[in-house]
Design a protein around this ligand. Sequence first.
Ligand SMILES: Cc1cc2nc3c(=O)[nH]c(=O)nc-3n(C[C@H](O)[C@H](O)[C@H](O)COP(=O)(O)OP(=O)(O)OC[C@H]3O[C@@H](n4cnc5c(N)ncnc54)[C@H](O)[C@@H]3O)c2cc1C
Length: 443
Amino acid sequence: MAKQPLIIVVDDDPQVLRAVSRDLKKQYRKEYRIISTDSANEALDSLLDLKKKGDEVALFLSDQRMPEMPGVDYLEKAAEIFPGARRVLLTAYSDTDAAIKAINEVQLDYYLMKPWDPPEEKLYPVITDQLEEWKANNSATVGGLRLLGYQYSPKSHSVKDFLSGNLFPYKWLDVENDPAAAETMMLHGIDHKTLPAVIFEDGEVILGDDLSPIAKKLGLQPTAQSEMYDVAIIGAGPAGLAAGVYGGSEGLNTALIEKRAPGGQAGTSSRIENYLGFPNGLSGADLSRRAISQATRFGIDFLVPQAVDSIEFNSGYKCLTMADGTHLHTHAVIITTGVSYRMLESTGLQDFTGAGVYYGAATTEATSCKNKDVFVVGGGNSAGQGAVYLSNYAKHVHILLRRDNLHDTMSSYLIDQIDSIDNITVEPFREVVKATGDDRLQK
Ligand SMILES: Cc1cc2nc3c(=O)[nH]c(=O)nc-3n(C[C@H](O)[C@H](O)[C@H](O)COP(=O)(O)OP(=O)(O)OC[C@H]3O[C@@H](n4cnc5c(N)ncnc54)[C@H](O)[C@@H]3O)c2cc1C
């Protein structure tokens, strides 16, 4: 049986520790093992052992005021050992300033105020959100879907991008580096030439990078369910998702059509800090998950993966033709197709897209950057967010800029974060002119 991921709680007050552990066990014990201690040092000492034993920590919950060290310092140290774990601080009203500061300085995920009664209102919604977020990002430890492939394969990257964009946690097995991959391939009789391969929980295997059968098996719905819609929204980025929520909530028969995954550009963001109502920031995946569940709760049809190829105007309605040749009829159309990435045009780069060169893939490829040097090209906000996120995994992150500094192109909160992270270097006056390699980017 797979090991249960851990929730580790630290509070020097035994009464608070008992109460919070009891509440957490009541709600989460089926899926998680809850460990509690009154000593931050003891918790830190045990983390390396847990790591060696193959345990995974999903969430750290810590008091702020503790005699051995402040909770923020403890969480920062704990994150060095389990960088993917969510970090939540338990604070008294008087510690709010420290908590807000910590959001920026140590990328705290949330701060919870004491007391948390009733837990159904004040504790569980926050912790459940954080655990959902951990599950979505932490594909390596969650059972269920497995994806086998080559790290430097555009086909594998495309399936990874599809699964993570559509918020399906999966375990990635790199056939060149993971001994478990060879074993799994043998067990399922998978040939190297047919990779990538998705293995589902029921044992079914889908080979190759055709996303339609994978989407179908996962229960996604790419085709229209109604003869006629009141409104069809093309593109499920933040604009399309918002339109979907309002269409659905007004009782309109609404179709939201998305060619890749909900969230659009925002869905690929590692951390959005300026979205109204989320003072701690939230990841793009979190935003997408919340928005798509809000829209579907109002009964809209979400068609994904599905691209609209053309729109024809007939008397009284519009007919949309989809990439797979199917049609959808609607009275009104809202186009929210946003923008797509401008690709780097330097010599050779296009040959390595998905094989060492990635666009907006910080969250999808972060774990494969472990102990490597990563070069982020550009100095905008998405580059800054990507660099901060990747610095938790990579040996070193280099931000390459054509201009001399970040101030004209990046928000100051991100510049401050970058300045405080040792393994990020900003390299001005750099331009990528050429890329070379064999089957993958090398230089
Ligand atoms: C990495 C990153 C980080 C960012 N961080 C921030 C941030 O912190 N704060 C901030 O304010 N902004 C941020 N942005 C910018 C923000 O994400 C965008 O402004 C926002 O996503 C635009 O929303 P949109 O719905 O208009 O378009 P998009 O997000 O571009 O979405 C358009 C959607 O339409 C789909 N689509 C396109 N054509 C078709 C078609 N023919 N058929 C079906 N679907 C189609 C696309 O697949 C896409 O999902 C970030 C952007 C990136 C890339």
